[in-house]
Design a protein around this ligand. Structure first.
Ligand SMILES: Cc1cc2nc3c(=O)[nH]c(=O)nc-3n(C[C@H](O)[C@H](O)[C@H](O)COP(=O)(O)OP(=O)(O)OC[C@H]3O[C@@H](n4cnc5c(N)ncnc54)[C@H](O)[C@@H]3O)c2cc1C
Length: 505
């Protein structure tokens, strides 16, 4: 695929119809899929962030031209998703540009797009940072890249109308008698589809009753109408917290920010380092967390003796992390989540150097205070939220009165989700949660597993929602591979199933 340098303009969503300019459906409520798909029901991809957009692209590459794909997105912006919709150049990718191609078999795709785009902009491109640890792009620029990929796919398929965009929230999926599904959307329209791909991203943390406790760190409500003279608290000290702090600083919030997590650990900083080979693990190491951790320490020590940084060792694990997680017994996975995860996360998900510098400056001047502790209660105080926590070091509970609490820690257990689609899918038994409750259970071929333990032949899922099964599938380098596998899986199903099942309504 050729990257395009054309500036991406988000199309105007037409609520209840399919995206303007692309075979707009009349607004009506019915269960048969309308004309433009010529009687064939589409594969519906639900969610148009990175996962859904790139899964769509891979599907278009592999599916027959007459098999339509419907990309559904509830926000006004297709392709960028939560991570890449920021317009702020200060928000940097935490992975070097060299490893951010969206296409698994075109490793230079993003870098070439950047070059192309820089040339079109007269050689100077805003949002690019050449640091001592490599070239980092802004997340906004990356969002433009993703949008340009989708635009290109739309232009390429316009002739045969294979791709449609549906700007609507899918709130329910019901099985149809012949094996397909009927989608219900927030606008009220109902659509018949042949199969569904769940690309819904991370589900937000549980909602509280108090509007001053924001469960969705990406919702603008989280940082609107703040009193500059009173502190606020962010729950979580990972990259989402870093992002929020940078955004608050940019918007001129001068107050104190408390960032609290159980360990109070901050993401490490990226540095340049020579590579380290992926270790060949023994079967015993693959099955036991203590042995695995001991081996990791040995690798770090061996690397240090050769002047290679620990970061290279962590990065060397990446190609095998997913297969390692799959083989790790469930009890060991749970142990990892309880005891190791917080240390793994801060070493694995690192800050670009400009972010690390800013965070350190804010810690030094006291405007950002990192707190290690466990929250025991959050209560309504007089014009504040009263947060009581037990410090990690023990001792008596402490209290902080803050104007707002923003949860940047994600959903603890999928059973607590308030997301209507996920609740309905779980209630209907069309999907089930993974053994840790982090997200959905899927097969190796990314088919959802139903409540009865059988693979759902026409429901697939990818991205952060299946991290309980693969662990390492929340960042671009992993999701792009999943997107390609998923498309292969859909095509295989279509080939097997097509003779027995007609797409015609
Ligand atoms: C702040 C941040 C920074 C990151 N930085 C990097 C980085 O530098 N490098 C890297 O490799 N990875 C990074 N990641 C991780 C990774 O790239 C993202 O998690 C990835 O983009 C996930 O994409 P997604 O499409 O699965 O999820 P999302 O981006 O959350 O997209 C899901 C989409 O689905 C839509 N949706 C959900 N439910 C429905 C529904 N029922 N109906 C219709 N639409 C629905 C949502 O509106 C959303 O647009 C970052 C993540 C975050 C959050």
């Amino acid at each position: 695929m050729t990257a395009t340098a054309a500036p991406a303009q988000p199309p105007t969503p037409a609520a209840g119809g399919v995206m303007e300019g692309l075979h707009l459906f009349p607004e009506r409520t019915h269960t048969a899929f309308p004309e433009p798909f010529a009687g064939k029901r589409p594969i519906a991809v639900i969610g148009a962030g990175f996962s859904g957009t790139i899964a769509t692209l891979q599907l278009l590459r592999r599916l027959p031209e007459d098999q339509p794909v419907l990309l559904c997105e509830r926000s006004a912006d297709f392709a960028r998703g939560v991570a890449y919709s920021t317009g702020e150049h200060e928000h940097l990718l935490n992975v070097r540009a060299a490893n951010m191609s969206a296409i698994s078999d075109e490793r230079l795709h993003f870098e070439e797009w950047l070059k192309h785009r820089a040339a079109a902009a007269g050689g100077k491109l805003e949002g690019l940072y050449d640091t001592e640890a490599g070239l980092f792009a802004s997340r906004g620029l990356y969002g433009t890249y993703l949008r340009s990929i989708l635009d290109h796919a739309m232009r390429q398929t316009a002739g045969h109308a294979q791709l449609r965009l549906l700007p609507d929230e899918v709130t329910d999926v019901e099985p149809a008698p012949d094996g397909g599904f009927v989608l219900t959307c927030a606008s009220g329209q109902r659509l018949e589809v042949a199969g569904i791909v769940l690309a819904v991203g991370n589900l937000p943390a549980e909602e509280g009753e108090d509007p001053r406790i924001c469960s969705n760190a990406w919702d603008a409500k989280a940082w609107r109408s703040l009193d500059p003279n009173r502190p606020l608290m962010i729950v979580g000290t990972g990259l989402t917290m870093v992002d929020l702090v940078i955004g608050l600083r940019r918007r001129g919030f001068p107050g104190t920010i408390f960032a609290l997590s159980r360990g109070g650990l901050l993401p490490m900083r990226h540095t340049a380092s020579a590579a380290w080979p992926t270790p060949m693990l023994t079967i015993a190491e693959e099955r036991s967390l203590p042995l695995l951790m001991a081996r990791l320490r040995q690798e770090v020590e061996a690397a240090a003796e050769q002047g290679v940084d620990w970061r290279a060792v962590i990065d060397s694990m990446r190609p095998i992390t997913a297969s390692l997680w799959v083989r790790l017994p469930v009890a060991e996975r749970r142990r990892f989540l309880r005891h190791v995860r917080r240390y793994w996360d801060v070493h694995r998900h690192r800050m670009a150097p400009p972010h690390a510098d800013l965070i350190q400056t804010m810690i030094d001047d006291g405007s950002l205070r990192i707190v290690a502790g466990r929250i025991s209660s959050m209560e309504k105080g007089a014009n504040c939220v009263r947060v009581t926590y037990t410090p990690r070091t023990g001792g008596v509970s402490k209290v902080l009165d803050v104007q707002r609490v923003i949860k940047a820690s994600g959903l603890e257990h999928i059973s607590k989700t308030r997301d209507p689609l996920m609740q309905r899918l779980l209630d209907r038994g069309l999907v089930r949660m993974d053994p840790q409750g982090m997200g959905l259970d899927v097969t190796d071929g990314l088919n959802a597993v139903r409540a009865d333990g059988e693979p759902a032949p026409r429901i697939w899922a990818l991205g952060p929602i299946v991290r309980g099964v693969f662990w390492e599938c929340v960042a671009v380098p992993d999701i792009r591979v999943q997107a390609s596998h998923l498309a292969v899986s859909v095509v295989a199903w279509l080939r097997e199933d097509a003779p027995r099942w007609s797409f015609a309504i």
